[in-house]
Every structure is written in C-alpha cells, then in structure tokens.
Design a protein around this ligand. Structure first.
Ligand code: UFG
Length: 327
C-alpha cells in the first residue's frame, strides 16, 4: 500500500514506518521535528518536514494514498496539564485538518494512535474497550476527542478507521527507539540511570494498594505494537471505526521494572522515593483479546526482560546521539 505516516520521526511512528517498509509498503513520513528526530526516519521513506494539518491536503491530493497512519501528537501527560492549549491545538486541531484532507481526497483508510489514557482510572482491570472513558488529563481527553471525530467521519463518509489504544510501549526495533529531548517514561529513565546519565530514579509513589506499593503497568514491545498497525490496515472496513486495546495483559510494578533493568544490565540502579505523580492510576492492565480475536494479532515479545534488553541495546548504541533531559 501507499501510506502516509504522520509523526514518523517519533518513537512509535519511526518503528511503525520501518515495519511497514519491511512489509513492502511505500511510505511517506510527515513530521515537524519539534519532538521527533530526523535520523529516526527510515532511509527508504520519503520525508516531508512540517505540520500535518498544513501539509496533508497537498501530500494526499491526487497521489492515491491507500491509507494514513496518524502518530503525530503532543504526548507528555504532565505537560498537557500545564499547557492544555498545546494539546488541543497540536492534537485536536491538527487531526481535524488531517481528517478533512482524508475526506476531501477520498483516502480510504486511517489507523490512529490512541491511548490507554482515554480510560483514566479504571473501575476494574483488565481494561476492555467497552470500559468507561474518563480521561484524567488533557492528553487523554484530546486523544478521546479525536477518537470521537474519527467515529463520525467513518459513519458519515465511509472512512475505514481503526484506533489502537496503547498501554506502556517500550523496547526498540531496527535501530529505532526512545530518544526524546524530554524524557518522562520509566524504562528509558531507568536505563539512563544505569548508564550513569542520571544520579537516580525517582519512584513516584510507594503507597499504592499493590503488592509492593508501587504502580503497576502493562508493558508492550514496540515491535508487537507496530505489527498490530499492519494488521489494522488490512482489517479496516469502510464506514466503521473499530477500537482495540494493545498491551501484553500482564502487569509489572515500578519496582519490578527497576529490578528487571538491574538484572538485564548487570548494573546498580540507585532509587529514591518520591510522592505520587499527579493523575497516575494505580494499576493499568489491558485486555487485548479483541485485537487478538479480530485482527489475528499475536504479540511475540511479551517478556519484560526481552523488552528491556532491546531498549538497553538501543540506549547503549545511542552514544552521543542521546539527547534527553529530565522532565
Ligand atoms: N515512574 C516513576 N519514575 C519515573 C517515571 C515513571 O516511578 O521517573 C512511574 C510512573 O509514576 C508510573 C510508571 O512509572 O507509575 C510508568 O510511567 P510512564 O511515565 O513510563 O508511563 P505512564 O503509565 O505514565 O504513561 C503511559 C504512556 C502515556 C499514556 C499512559 C496511559 O506513556 O502516553 O501510559 O495511562 F498516556
């Protein structure tokens, strides 16, 4: 297929672009490089620099694209609380312009990068797609708003659309991984501490009602996530917007993640205890049964040590190209 990948210089977008190219698709990446890295865009992809909303109409016009994979977004939960305007403009307004470009050019398929943050604090785990959506921060609210817009475009205009709600994505693939200018995610932070690039890891909250008192998350390998996008492109049906959770179905606490990183790296990881981070749910675990059943998705790298080992290999190989700062 001929595919437009928005945000293809970012972590998940660049891995998905690689997996699409490996599967024989023809990929064009559009990215404004405000958070992405130019060197993360695969060499085999065409690259257009700039904002999605401004550029999508001309990129899609008359070019017979088969589909769009939409990753471009602002995605820091804490920042979204402090600067919601950046999220409503950058996520919702840009995505609405993209949807209009998709509609007016008759581009048939859309796969959207949605998030577990659309659910907020769950009543029960594992979280299924019919669980209530009550986002606890503007990041999740903007992603949910886009999901709603996509549903109405699919119904009214025949778009074939799938939203994939990611849980905690980690790991690396094909030389692409997590290398953000501002890092807030647990696994890259722990690995930076292992490298000696940070003094210690702060454990945000040790008083949760979990086995060891720290928060529990469902970590999914970025390659498995990317494979789900390839399957979603094939499975999308005109006039329907389907939503799927993507996780491994197992929960690991912050302490378990840190212990796994220490085992995989063979290095000491100093930790300090810190208060809970605002808006953090205690336990988030996905049910991915719907994706497994409908899409034929088979996650293969679900073991946490495998995910950490791939992230560690990538982190060590980065050398001088590493450029993240504490949030
Ligand atoms: N954590 C720490 N110390 C750190 C960083 C994180 O203790 O330095 C903890 C967090 O408090 C949380 C867990 O590690 O309990 C995982 O935190 P991440 O920041 O790695 O991931 P989140 O679960 O907060 O966020 C992920 C995605 C978001 C998405 C969210 C859905 O990264 O994009 O899941 O809830 F919105």
């Amino acid at each position: 297929m001929k595919l437009l990948v928005t945000g293809g210089a970012g972590y998940v977008g660049s891995v998905c672009a690689r997996v699409m190219i490996d599967a024989g698709h023809d990929v064009t990446v559009v990215d404004n490089l405000t958070t992405g890295n130019r060197d993360a865009v695969p060499e085999a992809a065409a690259f257009v620099e700039g904002d999605v909303g401004a550029l999508a109409p001309e990129i899609l016009d008359g070019a017979s694209f088969d589909g769009v994979l939409h990753f471009a977004a602002q995605s820091l939960v804490g920042e979204s609380v402090e600067q919601p305007e950046k999220y409503w403009q950058g996520n919702v307004v840009e995505s609405l312009k993209l949807l209009e470009a998709i509609r007016t050019t008759g581009t048939p398929r859309l796969v959207f990068s949605s998030t577990a943050a659309t659910y907020g604090e769950p009543d029960a785990v594992p979280i299924v797609e019919s669980s209530p959506t009550r986002p606890t921060n503007p990041y999740g609210a903007t992603k949910l708003a886009i999901d709603h817009a996509i549903t109405s475009y699919a119904t009214a205009h025949g778009l074939a659309a799938i939203s994939l709600r990611y849980f905690n994505v980690a790991g690396a693939y094909g030389g692409a991984g997590e290398n953000r200018r501002v890092e807030t995610h647990l696994i890259p932070i722990v690995l930076q501490a292992a490298m000696g690039h940070r003094e210690s890891v702060k454990i945000f909250g040790t008083d949760y009602h979990t086995d060891d008192g720290t928060a529990v998350r469902d970590y999914i390998h970025v390659y498995d996530l990317a494979r789900a996008h390839a399957l979603a492109l094939e499975a999308a049906i005109s006039g329907r917007h389907a939503i799927y959770n993507l996780g491994s179905g197992s929960g690991f606490s912050v302490r378990q993640v840190i212990d796994t990183c220490a085992e995989v790296t063979g290095l000491d990881i100093p930790v300090v205890h810190a208060p809970r981070r605002a808006g953090d749910p205690a336990v988030l675990i996905a049910s991915s049964d719907k994706a497994i059943g409908d899409l034929g998705w088979e996650p293969t790298n679900t073991a946490l040590p495998t995910i950490v080992a791939d992230a560690w290999e990538y982190t060590r190989a980065l050398g001088d190209r590493a450029h993240s700062a504490p949030a």
